[in-house]
Unconditional design. Structure first.
Length: 312
C-alpha cells in the first residue's frame, strides 16, 4: 500500500475550503520527507534523515492547524502551535484513534527534535517518523471529512426542514420507526446526485449524522459510538438515543448476498455489547433511491433489526 497515495486520495475527496491549500502543503512536506529519506539511503549524507524529520514536523503542525480550523471552528492564524495542541488534546476534539496517533508523533518525534537541536536521526527513525505523521494525517483527514459532511448535510436539511417535518409528521413515535423513516427520507431526497465525487464511508457517516440531527431534533446522536463485547472493542457507525430508547446503525457501501449474514451479525454484536434491542443495517445507495425495508428478529429473539437497501 502506498500510504502517501492514500493521503492524496483523502485530500482529493474534500470540498473546496480554506483548509485545502494547507492540507496540500502537509502532503508536500510528507512527499519531501520521503525524498530526503531516499537521498540518505542512496548517498552517504546522513543529515538527510534528520532533514526528513524536520519536514514531518512541518506536516504535523500543518495538520493540527487545519484540525483546529475545521473541528474547533477557530482560525489558527494567530494561535501558537502549543495553544492549539493543548486545546485539541484537552477539549476532547480528537477521536480516540486520532488522539493516539497525535500523541505518538508528538512524543516520539516532534518534541525530541524540537527541544534538542543537536539530535541526529538515523534511517529507521526517519522512516518511522514519516509513517507515523502520514498515518496521523490520514486519520485526521477522515475526522475532518466527516465533520464537513455533517455540517453540509445538516445545513441542507435545515433549509428543507418544513418539508421533512411534514413527511414525518404522521409516523409512530417509537425511535426505531422514526429513525428508519428519516434514513429513507435522506436516501430518497438528499443523497448526492451522479457527477459529484463519490463519498467515502466517513463522509456517509457525517452526512447521515448531519441529516438525522435535523430530522430528529430531540434525539442525541453519536458517530463511531464505542461498544464493548468482552475483550473486543467495537464501534457502531452511529448511535441514536432519545430518553430510554436507543438505535445502533451500521452502514455498508454495497449489498452482497454472500456477506449479508455477516453484516447482520455485526449489528447484533453491537446490540449485544450495548444491551440495545434495536438496530438498523443500511446498504448505501449510489444515487437518490427509494429504500426497501425488511425487519428481522435478532438471534436471541429479543431485538429488532431493520435492513434497508435500494429497491431493485
Amino acid at each position: 500500500m502506498d500510504i502517501v497515495e492514500l493521503l492524496r486520495k483523502k485530500i482529493a475527496t474534500l470540498d473546496d475550503g480554506d483548509y485545502i491549500l494547507e492540507l496540500r502543503a502537509v502532503q508536500l512536506h510528507i512527499e519531501t520527507a520521503f525524498r530526503h529519506l531516499s537521498r540518505g539511503q542512496e548517498t552517504s549524507d546522513d543529515t538527510a534523515f534528520t532533514d526528513a524529520i524536520y519536514r514531518t514536523n512541518q506536516a504535523f503542525e500543518g495538520s493540527i492547524k487545519e484540525a483546529y480550523r475545521v473541528l474547533a471552528g477557530q482560525d489558527p492564524a494567530r494561535k501558537r502551535p502549543f495553544d492549539i495542541e493543548n486545546y485539541l488534546e484537552t477539549e476532547g476534539v480528537f477521536r480516540p484513534r486520532v488522539l493516539s496517533q497525535f500523541t505518538n508523533y508528538r512524543t516520539e518525534w516532534r518534541n525530541p527534535s524540537a527541544h534538542d537541536y543537536k539530535l541526529d536521526f538515523d534511517e529507521s527513525e526517519s522512516f518511522l517518523a514519516i509513517v507515523s505523521v502520514t498515518a496521523f494525517a490520514c486519520v485526521l483527514i477522515d475526522q475532518i471529512s466527516e465533520r464537513l459532511a455533517f455540517e453540509k448535510a445538516k445545513a441542507e436539511a435545515e433549509a428543507q426542514k418544513l418539508a421533512v417535518e411534514q413527511r414525518m409528521a404522521s409516523l409512530p413515535p417509537d425511535l426505531l420507526t422514526r429513525t428508519t423513516e428519516a434514513i429513507k427520507e435522506f436516501c430518497s431526497h438528499h443523497v448526492p446526485v451522479q457527477g459529484t465525487p463519490v463519498q467515502t464511508e466517513v463522509q456517509w457517516i457525517g452526512s447521515i449524522h448531519g441529516f438525522l440531527s435535523s430530522a430528529l431534533p430531540n434525539a442525541t446522536l453519536q458517530a463511531n459510538a464505542p461498544m464493548a463485547l468482552g475483550s473486543r472493542h467495537l464501534e457502531a457507525d452511529l448511535l441514536v438515543s432519545l430518553g430510554q430508547e436507543h438505535v445502533v446503525i451500521e452502514l455498508k457501501q454495497r449489498f452482497r448476498e454472500s456477506n449479508h449474514k455477516n453484516a447482520l451479525y455485526q449489528v447484533e454484536s453491537y446490540m449485544m455489547a450495548s444491551g440495545i434491542p434495536n438496530g438498523i443495517l443500511l446498504y448505501l445507495p449510489g444515487v437518490p433511491s427509494e429504500l426497501e425495508e425488511t425487519e428481522v428478529v435478532s438471534s436471541n429473539g429479543s431485538g429488532r433489526i431493520k435492513f434497508l437497501r435500494a429497491k431493485i
